[in-house]
Design a protein around this ligand. Sequence first.
Ligand code: NZQ
Ligand code: ZN
Length: 389
Amino acid sequence: MNSFVYDIPVKVYFGENQLGHLGQELRKFGRRVLLTYGGGSIKRNGLYDRVIEELRGAEMEVFELSGIEPNPRIESVRKGAEMCKEHGIDVLLAVGGGSTIDATKFMAAGACVDHDPWEFFGAGAKPIERALPIVTILTLSATGSEMDAGGVISNLATQDKLGRMAPAMLPKVSFLDPTLTYSVSAYQTACGAADIMSHIMEVYFNTNKDLFMLDSVMESLLKTVVKFAPVAVAEPENYEARANLMWASSWAINGFINGGRKKAWSCHPMEHELSAVYDITHGLGLAILTPRWMEYCLDESNVDRYVSFGVNVFGIDSKLEPMAIARESIKRLSEFFFSTLGLKSTFTEVGIKREDFAQMARKACRYGDIKGFKTLTPEDVERIYEMCL
Ligand code: NZQ
Ligand code: ZN
């Protein structure tokens, strides 16, 4: 087991009726707030009015940036960073899903530098040493952006979607009220579930020597999603289901489960290329890729991991042959994504074409081969894409 540092300093208000603390938390950072949100879901479900009421009550001076896109664009980040500078913003309040929160993180960092925020990304990226304080109100359980230091931004001009992490961008405070996710569609709920599971599986499928304790936590988190995502799809206002998904989403990626594991993630770099070129929903791309990636990587040397996954997450009979359990675990995961949650199961159905595979595979490996559960070269990535057709 590797040594590691545990440091997750995000203050979380979890549960119903916590928004009453919003004003007092924001006022710790100043009076001028940039409120950021997406395409209007918060106006339709009434959250916008509640937030404005809290901000007025705290006598905040409010500036607004709306229209942050799913797969958020660098143009929105630029606009937000400029607004922060122009209006002397003290604190940013992101109200939305991962896209709004991610974009807001880079606005907060962009406000502290003179260069274009796109220079935070890619080879030779500029450092992120400072960012204005960020507070979030989460409205979709998926990415964990509310409790992590990362974000992913798209640049349509270059067909790039690139991620970056920096402790300075960790939210100071996040409000996690499961009732705010009641209005999330069945489709986005399913995509969110796939994303949460992928964040865990990227760590769980690992060849480092591991802590049994963390493996057990990961299996519990995965079981939580398997149990409650279908409930949330069928009964959008089921508090227990929404609450379990919400807290699982934060703990899937806030760093706790890593426990010093060093291997690279595999499905995420492959998926970000799909979103970069086709603008598809991140969780959908992951759902299509993950079972194929599992199938591609499976061999005698790593079959034990699949066995633990299959037996402890999906309850497959442990007395079966290891390879049979492994294959069954892939089948069960596929059934969960494509039958139970009703997600589309192939690239063909979502319009992703073979002609782009070579370029996407090359970009997925832009920093070198993906040294994950199994090392993947661009040729491997292309083969996995082929399996998704
Ligand atoms: O824009 P609005 O109108 O708000 O609608 C959004 C959007 O259309 C809607 N939505 C959100 N909350 C809702 C709601 N609709 C009804 N009721 C609500 N309460 O859902 C749609 C998708 O929102 P989005 O924020 O794009 O979804 P998600 O949270 O899945 O975020 C995806 C982005 O996060 C990145 C992804 O790559 C993608 O760009 N990721 C960020 C990560 C991180 N920060 O650590 C890690 C992840 O692996 C991921 O890469
Ligand atoms: Zn993800």
